[in-house]
Design a protein around this ligand. Sequence first.
Ligand code: DGL
Length: 262
Amino acid sequence: MDRSGPVLVFDSGLGGLTVLREARYLLPYERLLYVADDAAFPIGRWPEADLKARILALFEELVETHRPKAVVIACNTAFTLAGDALRKAHPAVPFVGTVPAIKPAAERTASGLISVLATPGTVRRTYTKTLIESFASQCHVRLVGSDNLAELAEKHLRGEAVSDEDLLPEISECFLERDDRRTDIVVLACTHYPFLANRFRKIAPWPVDWLDPAEAIARQLVRVLGDSAATAPSGQHDRAIFTSSPRNPALIRLLAGFGLVL
Ligand code: DGL
């Protein structure tokens, strides 16, 4: 492991910031580099072969240029598709992935009815189906692929109006009643969605546990870094790179709230 590089946190847009803020809390001295492939956003609707090729090509460049000490793929859509290939292509770099939190949901549910709210891509993945077969075969798992939520989460985060009428149709399929049982856990299987969790709580037909894996991912990063975790301030700014090279003041302000310089 090259110990001098930053920890690179990757997503297609702003969703990976839900993971970055947990990593920052657990690893206060670690130098973080946030990379958003926003030129491709939203990636949930991309054909698998094109998206995989794009992610692999982008990481050739990112690993070469930034020599990261570790990489967090803070995106279910990207990791469930390209995680194995990225690890193979860069065996010297530790990768921490993000996958739908189906295992913890299956361990916690009382009703046995779980929903997984994700992008259309994550819902289609073999990886997701294998997680259900391996860890939740005793549960009824409903997969709900939303076309619009990642974009709505970005609008909400940028301070633009997102109405309850916009959100409700995107989540309503998650709520299932069977005999006298109801869905009691909804897995937030897109890193954008935790930004909307308080809105979801307000409009949900009944209370459920909205499972956000961000803290568990940050804990996994701590384990992977082990004693190579930084123990003193780096003296450098944490930076963010967006592939579309935007220079808008609102984004600069928003990123500053996460301790990042664009
Ligand atoms: N944040 C990403 C995820 O966790 C996907 C957002 C997108 O559709 O680009 O799946």
